[in-house]
Structure formats: structure tokens, C-alpha cells
Design a protein around this ligand. Sequence first.
Ligand code: BYC
Length: 336
Amino acid sequence: MYTQAMDLPDPQAGTLQAVPAPAESALQQQFDGKMDADRKIEPQDWMPDAYRKTLVRQISQHAHSEIVGMQPEGNWISRAPSLKRKAILLAKVQDEGGHGLYLYSAGETLGTSRDQMLEGLHSGKAKYSSIFNYPTLTWADVGVIGWLVDGAAIMNQVPICRCSYGPYARAMIRICKEESFHQRQGFESLMVQMGGTPAQREMVQDAVNRWWWPVLAMFGPPDADSPNSAQGMRWGIKRISNDELRQKFVDATVPQARILGVTLPDPDLKWNEARAQHDYGVIDWDDFWAVVNGNGPCNKERLATRVKAHEDGQWVRDAALAHAAKQRARALKEAA
Ligand code: BYC
């Protein structure tokens, strides 16, 4: 399908004959061999349509999450409590925009244009992470997003650095380094707030109470209800399951909460000696699906803001195209 047959003379018949492209089954075998050997697939390699489609789905949803994820924290840039916090927050939000751009570029290598991917987001057909449909009510929410949301993102994204599709895996390496700075700045900001007044400490605890459960749901449905997991694992796109990542996140976060001096809002959260892991309470999956399906507290606002930003940026895209056309025309004139 992605090869070109060449016409060569057939000495026997004395006529031109097409050299047949390798049969789809042979290409599939080569692809399966690469999967078994844990080798990378690159854009020019043959790949099954379903693999391509799955990657476009996941990479574009990931990119959408990054750019929609700029909004909850972006709302606080003008209200950051100091110049230092404002500079850190500006850098972080800009990083998220950059992550979106690397990811859209990775998606484009699969033959889907950025416009097509954005159309999916703007029309509501494509998903983005559930977590960005919750409001940021106080300054403490910004710290908690860094600590918990970026912390969860790192847990989920480090394994994607080893994903089977080369451009996605390579994009994730830089993204994870930047996410690590994001998590640290959130934790540090909360440490400072927890050393402040009782009202500041209460503000942090309130933010933790509101974000904890949505963050746990961010890892996706339980493995038993995750329709894409088995195939994603077989294809080396997903390396660690939703439930395993969630568990690793809980185990890593409990000691951090202790250092901060906040309580994680789960009466069932306790160390299980036999499993050498924490037990935790039941996640409200009805709430998760309501948010994923467009009915969270901020879904409509997030999408409307995104569409407006895209429309407001039309003149920039037009200007860039006009400039490129002018440069091309000048180069042609000089070459003539
Ligand atoms: N929200 O079979 P499953 C960031 C969907 S950005 C919404 O387990 P899969 C950051 C899922 O898409 C963080 N939908 O799917 C940015 C599927 O529906 P479709 C974003 C969700 O793909 C700014 C259905 O549920 N990270 O860190 O095997 C500031 C069944 O799920 C969610 C990524 O995108 C959700 N939370 O696994 C701060 C990472 N969870 O598509 C921070 C890359 C599940 O079949 N993505 N769904 O209609 C992944 O690792 C995987 O796609 C997922 C889901 C683990 C998310």
C-alpha cells in the first residue's frame, strides 16, 4: 500500500511487467517481527492501518490535552502573587504549548494534518484529558496542578519514551524533562504555602481535596474496562497498564503528602504490608465518564476558549503564509 511498483522489462515475454510489491502478509510479518524484537517503527515504514489510526488518536489527544491544559493555569498568570511566581508560571504554560507543538508534529508524520487534528478537537469529536475540565479556584490550585497533575503526567509519560513509534517516543523525552521541572515547581510552591498562615495551609488542603480523585481518574479506566489496552500493549504503545501506573503514582505520592503536611482525602488509603503497596478507595467512574463525555464543570468553557483562540490567531497564520509566498517568489526571481 505504501510502496511503489517499478516497471521492468520481462526478458521472456519481451514486454513490460510490474515487479509486485511485497504482499500485505509479508509486510505484516516484518512489522510483527519488529514488534517482537522491540524495534522502532519510523514514518516511512509500512504499518497496519489500525496501528496508524491508534497512534493518531492517542498522539492527537495528547497534543490537545497539552494545549487545553494551558488554560486552567493560564488563568492565574495575571494574578500570580510575585514576579518570581509569575515568571515560573509563564514558562510552564509556554512549555505546555511547546509540548502540543512537538506532539502535533509527531502526529503529522503519520499522514494526518494539523488542521485535521484540530478540527477533531474543535468539533468535540476528539478527546483531551478529563483533568483540564476542573476549575482553578485559588492560587493553591496552581501548585497542586504542578505537584499532582504533572506528577501523574510524568508517571504516565515516562514509559511512552520507550513507545514503538519513533517520533512519539523521541518527542516524549524532552516533554518528560520539562514535566519534571513542572512537578518540582508545584511542590516547592506548596511547601512555601504550607509554611505560611493557617488560612494558606487550609487553601492548600482544600485544593488537594478537590484535585486528588480527578487526578487518580486521569490514568484512564480500570484495566478490565479499558478497551484499547490489550492492543496498545501488544503494539508497544502502552508499556504499563492504567491500574499499574495509578498504583505507582499513589505509592510515590503518599510520602510526598506527608512531607508537605497535607492529608489525602481518602479514608481507605493505607499501606498494605502483604502487597507492599497502598490500598486506596473506590474512584467515581460515573463522574469520570460524565467529564470525558463533555459534562464536566468546565468542558464548554475550555472548548469555547480554545476555538476562540484559534479563530483569533487566523491573521497570524495568514501572515505567515503570505510571508512564505513572498519569499518563494523572491527566490524564484533571483534564480531566474
Ligand atoms: N481523559 O482504553 P483506554 C499533561 C479515554 S497532558 C479523557 O484506557 P488508552 C499536562 C481513552 O482515550 C496529559 N479520556 O485508552 C498538560 C479512550 O477513549 P477513545 C495527557 C480518557 O488510549 C498541561 C477511553 O477513555 N496525557 O500532562 O489505551 C498541564 C478508554 O480508555 C482518559 C496523555 O494524553 C482521560 N483521563 O489509554 C499539565 C498521555 N483516560 O480514545 C499537564 C498519552 C482514558 O478510545 N495517552 N480516556 O475514544 C495515554 O497514555 C493513553 O491514551 C491513556 C488512555 C492512558 C490516557
